[in-house]
Design a protein around this ligand. Structure first.
Ligand SMILES: Nc1ncnc2c1ncn2[C@@H]1O[C@H](COP(=O)(O)OP(=O)(O)OP(=O)(O)O)[C@@H](O)[C@H]1O
Length: 208
């Protein structure tokens, strides 16, 4: 199913951060950078309706304030830096037939991973499986908080390739928090930086 709704942030104010206006088109990956503590995770949480804020977020014609948080987050899916797991085994977190063997393989897993205990997972395994879980639920937009933070270079490239392919196929608007200029250059269609409580446009080549 191809999504074709834009994600639009309108006059968002969260803590020290204000005046956030942004439209992310279907299939677009907007990379968000900024120093530690600049408010990247809080912004993502506000867009997911997990943090109090002023302003409005729109998914197509649907306003965040017009639906329940639960309904909103099923469409605008946040993958936090620290994923949450509530059952004993990996497979219990996926609906039947949701975890595609091809996707598992692309992320470096054999199908047997579905029978693994969650508490044996490494942080990088958790991160990759949390991404697969989010993507498998057929959201309409994705919010990714440093999705490759716990991964080595080769696995990072693998996850980037898998994610960007899925994003293009499905047409999701994506807000992707990233620190690595190399990653931003590879995946971003646009990038912005949080600085001094504002969202700034970053010129090409301005990364240090
Ligand atoms: N609920 C809250 N109430 C007040 N302040 C908060 C709240 N949540 C986070 N903060 C503060 O807001 C600032 C931004 O936090 P945030 O987690 O968004 O940073 P970040 O840019 O994602 O940083 P990092 O790159 O280190 O993950 C921090 O100073 C943090 O302590």
């Amino acid at each position: 199913m191809l999504a074709n709704d834009s994600l639009r942030l309108e006059g968002l104010v969260i803590g020290e951060l204000s005046g956030v206006d942004l439209t992310i088109a279907p299939g677009e990956i907007l990379c968000l950078a900024g120093a530690s503590g600049s408010g990247k995770s809080r912004l993502l949480r506000a867009v997911a309706d997990l943090e109090p804020h002023d302003g409005e977020v729109w998914l197509g014609e649907t306003a965040q304030s017009s639906v329940s948080g639960h309904t909103w987050r099923a469409r605008v899916m946040l993958v936090p830096a620290e994923s949450q797991w509530w059952a004993d085994t990996v497979g219990e977190h996926f609906l039947e037939d949701q975890a595609d063997a091809g996707d598992l393989e692309a992320l470096g897993f054999a199908p047997e991973v579905l029978g693994w205990e969650v508490n044996r997972l490494s942080s990088g395994e958790k991160q990759r499986l949390a991404l697969l879980r989010a993507v498998s639920r057929e959201p309409a937009a994705l919010l990714l908080d440093e999705p490759t933070a716990n991964l080595d270079e080769a696995t990072t490239r693998r996850v980037e390739a898998w994610l960007t392919t899925r994003i293009r196929e499905r047409g999701w608007p994506v807000l992707w928090v990233a620190h690595d200029p190399g990653q931003i250059a590879r995946v971003a269609t646009r990038h912005r930086r949080l600085f001094d409580g504002r969202l700034q446009v970053v010129e090409e080549g301005a990364w240090t």
